[in-house]
Structures are given as structure tokens and as C-alpha cells.
Design a protein. Structure first.
Length: 311
């Protein structure tokens, strides 16, 4: 199992910003390419009042701050230089949908999608959309949000693929703002299967790819959850990837690069479940040789050793 894609997190609301410019990003895309990564996914183009390019929609409607650099343009250019596909992550208000105002979240994102496509549609690397609203359970109008935004993105872009990356409500689904690493109990396999059967039924034909995050359940339970994810995705016609997290949820320091042995175990479990493609959150912070974390470069070296042994 190889990691073929990575998220790009430049809003960095719960991990430290690395303050890179174009040259640092150019080097990082080169490291990604050497590691076999062919897909990059902007995890969110805006969060609350922060944004990755000067969006008139977000500045006018949400009072967003004007950024000094158009990171989306930069990422699209670097992706093209390195032969990578780029997926654009939408806006997360951090308030409307979390407060149950799903209609407002949908409306602003539809205007945002229109603006984004008009601005970047001619960029060759632009190959898909990512819906950044992460969920684990069938709550609120999440099916409507996924389906409506996916269809709007596909309609305006002549059918480009749409990706989501939900999580599993396991025992390690603990807020990053606490030192706890586990809770007393998590969702059962049966509950997970029942709820995601309903969600997939509601988004089939709109969302194309699902990549569940793999860090929220105990290692001994992960294969079973991954098998359910793959079986349900197959049933409803979605492509199933795994989002193999390269940060560690098992320690109170939120968040540090994961131990190579753990990452290897998760990749092997995904392969056992029949999943053929892995992406990660996320290369630049937790796996890059130039990350602010020294351990990340060592993880890169171990992964490159692993790739060499696969040949």
C-alpha cells in the first residue's frame, strides 16, 4: 500500500503554521513527487475569517481577512509542474453548519464554488472538489450539504470528481483541546454500518470518492471498520480510499508525527480490507524533510526505505 495523495493545510487552525513561501513549497512538492504522491488536496480554502486566496465572496459575506498571497494559484502551478492532480477544498464557516444552519453553509459555498471556478477553471491541474465538512455520524442535514455541494461543483465544472474524508466515532475521537487521548466508548460496527449506509444512499451519484480518516479507532478494530467502509462504498458506487493519518493520536501532545511502525500497520490493514489507494493528513507538517518537526523527516526516510523494499 502506497500513499498517493496528501492534504495541504494552510489555514492551520489547530496545527502550527510553517510560514513557507514559494521556494519552500516548491521543495516540498519535489519531496512529495519523490515519495510517489500524485494528488494534492487543499483541505479548506477558507475557515471562519481566514482564507487561502482573496475571495470577494468571503470578504463581502463573512468579513474574511485579505491574504497577502494567492496560495491556490501557487498550489495549482506547483501541482502542474509536478504532474499532480489538485482537489479544491471548499469553505468551512466554523459556525453555520455546526449550529444546525445547514442552508446558510450550503448557500455561501455555492456562491464560493461559482467564484472559484470562474477564477481557476483554466488551470490544468484542477481535477476535483473536496468537501471539508468532516462528520462521523448521520446528524442534521449533512446528507443535503454533501449532496447539494457535490452536485453544484460537478455541474459547474463538467463533472469533476468530488471527495469527502469523514471520520469514525471511535474511542480516540477526542477533541484536540483536551489532553485525554481516549473516551470510554465509541460507535459500534453495527451503528457505523447502519448510519453510513443511509449517508451513502443519500449522496450516491453526487460524491465520487470517500476516504475515511483512520486514526480514531483502536488498532485492533481498524481492519473491521475499513472492511465495512469498503463494502458500503462498493454497494453505493463510491470509490473507497483510506486517509492514513501521519500524526499520532495516542499521546497528549496534539499533534506530533506518527511512529513509522503505526503508519505501516495502518497501511497494511487498509490493504487487507481491499482498499487500493491511500492519502494522508498530511505530508508537509508530519512527513516532510523540511517540516518544523524533526521527526517528520525521519518518517519520510523510513517511508522511502519502505518504498525501496517494495520494488
Amino acid at each position: 500500500m502506497k500513499i498517493k495523495g496528501t492534504f495541504l493545510d494552510e489555514i492551520s487552525h489547530d496545527i502550527p503554521h510553517q510560514n513557507w513561501g514559494r521556494e519552500e513549497w516548491r521543495r516540498d512538492f519535489s519531496y512529495m513527487k519523490k515519495a510517489g504522491i500524485d494528488t494534492v488536496i487543499l483541505i479548506r480554502a477558507g475557515y471562519r475569517k481566514w482564507q487561502t486566496f482573496p475571495s470577494e465572496v468571503l470578504m463581502q459575506q463573512e468579513g474574511a481577512h485579505r491574504p497577502p498571497v494567492d496560495l491556490v494559484q501557487m498550489f495549482l502551478e506547483l501541482a502542474e509542474e509536478n504532474g499532480m492532480d489538485f482537489y479544491f477544498g471548499l469553505y468551512d464557516s466554523g459556525k453555520y453548519w455546526t449550529d444546525g444552519r445547514f442552508g446558510q453553509e450550503i448557500d455561501i459555498n455555492k456562491r464560493f464554488i461559482d467564484e472559484v471556478w470562474k477564477r481557476y477553471e483554466k488551470m490544468p491541474a484542477f481535477k476535483g472538489w473536496y468537501i471539508p465538512h468532516e462528520i462521523s455520524r448521520d446528524t442534521g442535514r449533512i446528507i443535503d450539504l454533501y449532496a447539494e455541494l457535490a452536485r453544484h461543483g460537478k455541474d459547474i465544472s463538467n463533472g469533476l470528481s468530488v471527495l469527502i474524508s469523514p471520520y469514525i466515532d471511535g474511542i480516540k475521537n477526542v477533541t484536540q483541546y483536551k489532553t485525554n487521548t481516549t473516551k470510554s466508548c465509541g460507535v459500534t460496527l453495527k451503528q457505523h454500518e447502519t448510519e453510513w449506509c443511509e449517508i451513502f444512499d443519500g449522496i450516491k451519484g453526487a460524491v465520487d470518492i470517500v476516504a475515511f480518516q483512520d486514526g480514531h479507532v483502536d488498532y485492533q478494530d481498524l481492519t473491521s471498520f475499513l472492511q465495512i467502509n469498503k463494502s458500503l462504498a462498493d454497494k453505493f458506487g463510491l470509490e473507497c480510499w483510506t486517509n492514513s493519518e501521519t500524526f499520532d493520536r495516542d499521546m497528549p501532545i496534539k499533534f506530533m508525527p506518527i511512529k513509522w511502525e503505526k503508519l505501516l500497520l495502518k497501511l497494511e490493514m487498509a490493504a487487507k480490507a481491499g482498499i487500493e489507494q491511500a492519502i494522508t493528513f498530511e505530508f508537509s507538517h508530519f512527513m516532510s524533510p523540511q517540516s518544523a518537526y524533526l521527526q517528520a523527516g525521519h518518517l519520510y526516510n523510513r517511508y522511502m526505505d519502505y518504498l525501496q523494499n517494495l520494488k
